[in-house]
Ligand binder design. Structure first.
Ligand code: GLN
Length: 495
């Protein structure tokens, strides 16, 4: 297998055996990016010299015989929503076009400590609001499997970069599905950890009670390795969980004997389901049955309110979080203002795109006196009921299986004028954020039109270990994760 197609684990083995070096890998990634990113649009920013310097420093450590961290010289691309000292952090917004963070997020420090090479900043929907990466102020990201289709969002750049083999691993953020849905659309593996498992210090806030950072990779083992590097308590994030991080990697290959898998009764009749997506779930359950799993039906009676609940809570939190972009504290300031109020309004009118403005308006409305009780408070109550449904379900099963998205990747522009249709397509992913659960998307099919289909598995809070093992069992029994988008291999040759 050529280096560019190798998984993170295979690349690490080659690094360890000195068959390749980290600097060589970085050069390979850069040449793949040069060959394809003009068309795909996965990256917003690359600092080639900095990446090569990091790689050479890690190669030198290895040459000196020093022990290296779990990422031992592997390149990792990071969504442009995470603060990295000295690098741009635009969040896909004009508002932060010239913002250069003066500090590293905790996840960046952890990646450095694990000996990752930070290779570039990936495209995203503005402030992570969206499901298609079309809301970026800078460029559209295209799906490597079919350039006319969306890579999903909001971490579409991170997913497309891994799918197009521009980088073996990447970091995304998931507030309502933004790691899992693009992973599913691009045929890669994406994990949203338990809320609080990975520090949010230095992650630019969208909806703070829902946001979580996590890994994207070609396979479960790559995602597990990256999780191992980034998980853990952080005193700088008061919502981070003070529990030791298990050794996820050491037991990954151990299948879960008699694993109990829940299928959600209420999802059987979900509107807008593509028959190929339903069929791939049925097939996935058969794979599990053949592996000895006990497949049962579970009920999530309040899941049908997830879209309504999320699209109140997330905009409410966003409207508050985004108040800081006022022309004074951060980012863009208009040149055109006559007085302070004018400056504030014009700055925000110029700096934010239409979807961000829509969310700020919804959030401000739902939080205003007279509406707070009817919308925000009500949504918080329903959120609690959704969590209770899961608590009950996880008394009966170890993981819950469902589609990631009701359809494979939609065409670019297909829902550009219909935000509600785009919101509705998040129905399967939002519940994990509302309930704080870990969830993973693994490749589980390819549509007749050649687009990947993902399988979502959810587990109880902090149950990443069994979740990853269950995902690995499926992966081992299937070949979906080995499929490549047409651009990889066909136009790319290695000595
Ligand atoms: N599509 C959802 C939204 O627009 C989720 C985005 C995310 O997870 N960042 O809010």
């Amino acid at each position: 297998m050529s280096t560019i197609e190798a998984t993170a684990g295979e690349l690490l083995a080659r690094l360890k055996s000195r068959e390749t070096t980290s600097a060589e890998l970085v050069r390979l990634c850069l040449s793949q990016i040069d060959a394809h990113d003009g068309e795909i649009g996965a990256f917003l920013h690359l600092d080639r010299d900095d990446a090569l310097r990091q790689a050479e420093a890690i190669d030198a450590k290895r040459a000196r015989g020093e022990s290296l961290g779990v990422l031992g010289g592997l390149p990792v691309a990071v969504k442009d929503v995470v603060s990295q000292r000295g690098q741009p952090c635009t969040c896909g917004s004009r508002m932060l076009q010239r913002y250069i963070p003066p500090y590293d997020a905790t996840i960046i420090e952890k990646l450095r400590a694990a000996d990752a090479v930070l290779l570039g900043r990936t495209n995203m929907d503005e402030f992570a609001m969206g499901s298609s990466t079309e809301n970026s102020a800078y460029r559209v990201t295209r799906n490597p499997w079919n350039r006319e289709h969306s890579p999903g969002g909001s971490s579409g750049g991170s997913a497309a970069a891994v799918a197009a083999r521009m980088v073996p691993l990447s970091i995304g953020s998931d507030t309502g599905g933004s790691i899992r849905q693009p992973a599913s659309f691009c045929g890669v593996t994406g994990l949203k950890p338990t809320y609080g498992r990975v520090s949010r210090y230095g992650l630019v806030a969208y909806a703070s009670s829902l946001d979580q950072l996590g890994p994207l990779a070609q396979d479960v083992s790559g995602a597990t390795r990256l999780l191992q590097a980034i998980a853990g308590h952080d005193p700088l994030d008061s919502t981070s969980i003070a529990r030791p991080v298990p050794d996820y990697l050491s037991r990954l290959e151990q299948p879960l004997e008699g694993v109990r898998i829940g299928v959600v009764e209420e999802y059987q009749s979900a509107a807008g389901m593509d028959p190929e997506v339903s069929a791939s779930l049925v097939e996935a359950l058969d794979v599990y049955r053949a592996l000895g799993a006990d497949v049962r039906t579970v009920s999530l009676p309040h899941a049908k309110y997830a879209v309504a609940t999320y699209y109140i809570i997330a905009p409410c939190e966003a409207s508050s979080n985004l108040a800081r972009y006022d022309g004074v504290h951060f980012g863009h300031r208009t040149e055109q203002a006559g007085n302070l109020l004018d400056m504030y309004c014009k700055t925000r009118a110029e700096g934010f795109g239409p979807e961000v403005k829509r969310r700020i308006m919804i959030g401000t409305y739902a939080l205003s006196a007279g509406y707070y009780d009817a919308y925000y408070l009500q949504a918080l109550k329903v959120r609690r009921l959704i969590r209770q449904d899961f608590d009950r379900a996880f008394e009966q099963v170890d993981v819950i299986a469902s589609p990631v998205s009701p359809t494979p990747a939609f065409r670019l522009g297909a829902m550009a004028d219909d935000p509600l249709a785009m919101y509705l397509s998040d129905l399967f992913t939002l519940t994990a954020n509302l309930a704080g659960l870990p969830g993973i998307s693994v490749p589980a099919g390819i549509s007749r039109t050649g687009l990947p289909i993902g399988l979502q598995l959810l587990a109880a809070p902090l149950q990443e270990e069994p979740l990853l093992r269950a995902a690995r069992m499926f992966e081992k029994a299937t070949e979906w994760h080995t499929k490549r988008p047409p651009l990889v291999g066909s136009s790319f040759h290695f000595p």
